[in-house]
Each structure stands twice: as C-alpha cells, then as structure tokens.
Design a protein around this ligand. Structure first.
Ligand code: NAG
Length: 219
C-alpha cells in the first residue's frame, strides 16, 4: 500500500512537470502555419463541389509550404470514430504541435467534440455544423464559409449534416489528441485496419517533418 502511494505520488509529480514543460514549449515555440491563413485559403474555395475545393486547397498548401505537406499519393480518407460520431479525415500535414486535415461526413452524425490539449479551427466548405456549447441550453448552426474555433479544454456537442466537409487546423500537443480520435475505434468498432491507417499516416507525416528538420540542420 505504501509503495503504491509512493508510485502514485511520483507519477503525479512527473506528469505535472512534463505538462508544465510541454505547455511552456507550446506557448513559446514558433509555428509553421497560422490559423487565419489556413482559413483564408479554405475560404477561397467555399462555393466549389467539395472534392474540387479539397484539391485546390491541397495544391495551394503544397505550393506555399513545400516539403511540409504529404504528397498527393499519400492522400487517403480514413474513418474517424470518436465521441459517438463517425466522420472521415484526409491528413495533409502533422507534426508534434500542428496538423492540417480535411474532415467531414457523408451521413448525418452527432456526438461529443472531445476535450483537447490543442486549439482546433474548422472552415466549413459545404453542409452544416451545429455546435452546442457546454454550460448553455441553445445550439448554433454554422454554414459554408464560417470558421469555428474550438479552444483547448473546451467541450461541445457537435452535429454535422450529411455532406458537411471542412478544412481543419490544429495547434497544441498533437499526440494527446490521438487517444480521443481513436477512442470509438478501440472501444467500439474494433476496426483495427482504421487504427493502423491512422498511425501509419501520422507516422508518415512525422517522418516528413523529421526529414525536413534534418535537411535544415545539414544545409
Ligand atoms: C490556444 O488558444 C488560447 C486562447 O486563444 C491561447 O491563449 C493559446 O496560446 C493557444 N495555444 C496555442 C498553442 O496556440
């Protein structure tokens, strides 16, 4: 019993120290992307059919951030089951502190947003996004062209109508968002292939950033 308490104490102290160090790093590091710029790029293609809009956004991002966006052959729509809802994502960029992806759903779906150690912004291209904020008794609907900010620590209920597609930018401690993103896959659908695809694409994106980092050291 005594040893258990000592272990719990050590883990809590280490966890708190790690949290403070990471938090300090997040607040002081420089970032590659900027939420306003991503929203502005997405905003230009709001009136297009969603697949055309996605292609335009991807082309523009590859042009503006060469070497930081996964190549076209790595584009893959991967199911996301979390918080009771079901969507699909196509990852374009991911590091330890940022990500950009396309997200949406082809069916009506609703659930819990998740509470993240990251700020997440979504620019809607098509469809409708209903958001019900914690502590309130009303929900609000957002339409194409709108950008919603989900701040870290926040929780909402989210509802997307069939055919809602968006461009998402996340900034924070990204590895901490993975367990929620895979929660219903692990405990509900048990779709191990989706889990494998998710880790594989995140791994690929991290390698791309690692390569960029090494190149910048050598040159
Ligand atoms: C997240 O948003 C909050 C509130 O706008 C801000 O204080 C914080 O610095 C942001 N975090 C990051 C990592 O950008």
């Amino acid at each position: 019993m005594k040893y258990l308490l000592i272990t719990v104490f050590k883990v809590s102290v280490l966890g708190t120290v790690a949290f403070l160090i990471i938090q300090h790093w997040l607040e002081n590091k420089s970032y590659l992307f900027d939420g306003h710029k991503i929203a502005a790029i997405a905003g230009k293609y709001v009136d297009l059919p969603h697949n055309d809009a996605f292609q335009q956004v991807a082309v523009e991002l590859r042009e503006k951030y060469p070497g930081h966006v996964l190549p076209k052959e790595d584009e893959q729509w991967i199911f996301v089951n979390a918080g009771g809802w079901m969507g699909s994502m196509c990852l374009l960029h991911a590091s330890l502190t940022e990500y950009i992806l396309f997200f949406g759903t082809a069916v009506d779906t609703v659930g819990h947003s998740g509470r993240y150690w990251a700020n997440i912004s979504d620019t809607i291209l098509t469809g409708t996004f209903r958001q019900w904020k914690e502590g309130t008794t009303e929900s609000e609907v957002y339409y194409p062209g709108a950008t919603l900010l989900h701040s870290w620590g926040e929780a909402t209920s989210v509802q997307w109508s069939a055919g809602t597609w968006m461009v998402e930018y996340g900034r924070g401690f990204i590895p901490s968002t993975v367990p929620f993103a895979l929660s219903d896959t692990l405990f509900g659908t048990q779709d191990l292939l989706t889990m494998f695809y998710t880790f594989k694409i995140y791994g690929k994106a991290l390698l791309l950033e690692g390569q960029f980092f090494l190149d910048s050291l050598l040159n």
